[in-house]
Design a protein around this ligand. Structure first.
Ligand code: URA
Length: 264
């Protein structure tokens, strides 16, 4: 249990660093010119809420590998997509695995010029073992078909995966520590699939791949993820709930098409 808390704290810290945090600051400002030489314990506590009380004795780090480090090593060792899939199947550190029916790795054409990164499998994907096969996935297929793309059959091929390969319980949002833990696999996935451009579907995907949220602001603006051009778009599940946003989604699809036609 202690080991779990330690790794969760470490993953949360990794996440902050990935988001660009490079300083540890407290919630409350401290005027250090105004501090008495020896501050009473209560004042220090209020001014530095993020710091733990000094421990009576130094604690040893818990035994067992750091899951993020383990993910990095397992991902780096995979030399092709089947090996990466096998490495993810064998990865035991993410609790989501225990609540899911199966790993959802990818769909579409490996080696396609476009790689789409969604959030996480839902109920249908968990059942079928393929990403984007439910209602949102069907809308995604129609969106792709509208610009002559397809994950299978006729059309410019695309390759599809998710930030997380296992369904979160009750389709809850992925936790930061789950994203950080699985990020090395996603990064390697992109490397091995080697797309020319990436499409980031929704906030979770932007958070994981760009370190930013705010899809309404980010969508349609080409950015860079894993060293490749990346286009944030509204998630198809959002478009199902908010049909009025399809106008922006259409503009983004056209931007994707134009970028590919221009040779990226
Ligand atoms: N939503 C996603 O982000 N991914 C899926 O695979 C299904 C729904």
């Amino acid at each position: 249990m202690e080991s779990e808390a330690y790794h969760a704290a470490l993953a949360a810290l990794d996440w902050q660093v990935a988001l660009g945090a490079n300083e540890a600051i407290g919630d409350l400002p401290v005027d250090r010119y105004d501090l008495p030489d020896k501050a009473p314990a209560a004042t220090v506590k209020a001014a530095r809420p993020a710091q733990a009380a000094p421990a009576a004795a130094p604690r040893a780090a818990p035994a067992g590998p750091d899951p993020v480090d383990a993910a990095r090593k397992a991902a780096a060792a995979a030399q092709d997509l089947p090996a990466l899939r096998a490495a993810m199947e064998a990865f035991e550190h993410c609790d989501l695995k225990r609540g899911a029916r199966q790993l959802v790795f990818s769909d579409g054409q490996p080696g396609a010029r476009v790689m789409i990164i969604g959030e996480a499998p839902g109920r249908d994907e968990d059942r079928e073992g393929r990403p984007f096969v439910g209602r949102a996935g069907q809308l995604l297929d129609r969106m792709l078909a509208a610009i002559g793309m397809a994950r299978a059959g006729e059309g410019v091929p695309v390759y599809i995966t998710n930030v997380l390969p296992w369904r979160p319980p009750q389709n809850r949002d992925p936790k930061p520590e789950e994203i950080v833990m699985m990020l090395p696999f996603l990064e390697r996935h992109v490397e091995l699939a080697a797309p020319e451009v990436i499409v980031l579907m929704g906030n979770i995907s932007c958070q994981a791949c760009l370190g930013k949220r705010g899809i309404t602001r980010l969508r349609g603006q080409w950015a860079e993820a894993f060293g490749r051009p990346a286009l944030p778009m509204f998630h198809p599940a959002y478009l199902l709930r908010t049909p009025g946003a399809k106008r922006e989604a259409w503009a983004d699809l056209l931007s994707l098409k134009a970028r590919l036609e221009a040779g990226t």
